[in-house]
Design a protein around this ligand. Structure first.
Ligand SMILES: *Cc1c(COP(=O)(O)O)cnc(C)c1O
Length: 368
């Protein structure tokens, strides 16, 4: 039985009958940039995320860049980021000329450890970017508390956790301004690149709308130096259809994660995901850890079971960040996660038969 790491088969089947008419309507609309579909998706996503505003942009990285720009963060400023995240979080900070200041995660949740944030705050610190990694909400009460105490902005990186919550409040609605991604493999994925900003602040809403569209409100009148980072009309139309299914798909992800939790518990040298009190997890990624990671990945691969590593090299050890001068050992928690983590297949449509095949193979690997 060949089981890919990710399959869009069921997701596509769930929406296919709605996508085709939407595509035809899009062509016939004869309006392809910043039209009714973007407006309508932004309203729907703001409702979904329980924020006052949503601003559609070209991708998740741009959502973070535009958010930081709108807060006037730039050269000379420092922004606190997790040491273990997808590199986009760091790149957003670097690309506006500010400096990413890494903070280590808790080793059980993999999310930024609030107890380690304050010691990294300096006079230059302007913001904290919590990343709800793999789909689990960060400890937002502690993070918000620290940010108010030190007068810092919070910019959530909500790329992996659409629909997750902390203490009943949705991720992507805590920060002053937040970014998310609709990269195809995310819990809400487009058919190409797409992303969005969410905020409750009308001034930040107005400013990011301008910044994503050449810094203009009125065509050919540029108030400031903006970017071209607009959400496509077509992607917005397709995303609106998929958004209607997101809660059900997230439920299915949770159900599948529960099966892994139940069936894989008790294996020595296999660490399963841990969800913190008050947090929910929408399992963008089902991440396990083992000291025999490479062997396990090879074994599963030889049995036609796809896995991925999120992520094999932490940002501080990437060639792109040699300028910061961090060597091996600088962020041990991020490094140990990178060395031991493995993401198992988990997506809507993964059948129970497929799951038990994966589970059987993992048990066999650890028993022999
Ligand atoms: C996917 C992702 C991004 C970037 O999204 P893109 O749409 O690919 O630019 C940012 N942060 C995290 C944590 C991500 O997983």
């Amino acid at each position: 039985m060949k089981i890919p790491y990710l399959s869009f088969e069921k997701i596509n089947a769930d929406v296919r009958s709605e996508l085709t008419p939407a595509f035809e309507k899009f062509i016939d609309s004869k309006w392809y940039i910043l039209g009714e579909s973007v407006k309508s998706f932004e309203e729907s996503y703001a409702l979904f995320n329980k924020t006052r505003h949503c601003i559609g942009v070209a991708n998740g990285l741009d959502a973070l860049i535009l958010s930081l720009k709108a807060l006037n963060i730039g050269p000379g400023d420092e922004v606190i980021v997790p040491s273990n995240t997808y590199i986009a979080t760091w790149l957003a900070v670097s690309s506006i000329g500010a400096k990413p200041i890494p903070v280590e995660p808790r080793i059980n949740t993999y999310n930024i450890n609030p107890d380690l944030i304050e010691e990294k705050i300096t006079a230059q610190t302007k913001a904290i970017i919590p990343v709800h990694l793999y789909g689990q909400a960060c400890e937002m009460d502690a993070i918000i508390h620290i940010s108010s105490k030190h007068n810092l902005y919070v910019v959530e990186d909500n790329a992996q956790s659409q629909g997750a919550s902390y203490n009943g409040t949705l991720t992507g609605s805590f920060g002053h301004i937040n970014g998310t991604s609709y990269y195809p493999g995310k819990n809400l994925g487009a058919y190409g690149d797409a992303g969005a900003i969410t905020t409750n602040d009308s001034d930040l809403d107005k400013r990011t709308r301008m910044l994503r569209n050449y810094g203009s409100e009125k065509k050919y009148y540029n108030i400031e130096k903006g970017m071209n980072s607009r959400l496509d009309e077509l992607q917005a139309a397709l995303l609106s259809i998929k958004l209607q299914h997101l809660n059900l798909w997230n439920e299915e992800r949770k159900k599948l994660a529960n099966i892994y939790d139940q069936e894989l518990k008790g294996i020595p040298d296999l660490i399963l995901p841990f969800t913190a009190e008050k947090a929910t997890h929408v399992y963008h990624i089902y991440n396990v850890r083992t000291s025999r990671r490479n062997e396990l990945q090879e074994y599963l691969n030889s049995n036609e079971i796809g896995t991925l590593i999120h992520y094999p090299v932490p940002p501080h050890l990437q060639n792109a960040y040699t300028e910061l001068g961090y060597g091996k050992g600088a962020f041990p928690a991020a490094e140990i996660i990178a060395e031991t983590c493995l993401s198992l297949p988990l997506y809507p449509g993964l059948s129970e038969a497929e799951m038990y095949e994966i589970i059987k193979n993992i048990k066999y690997f650890f028993n022999s």
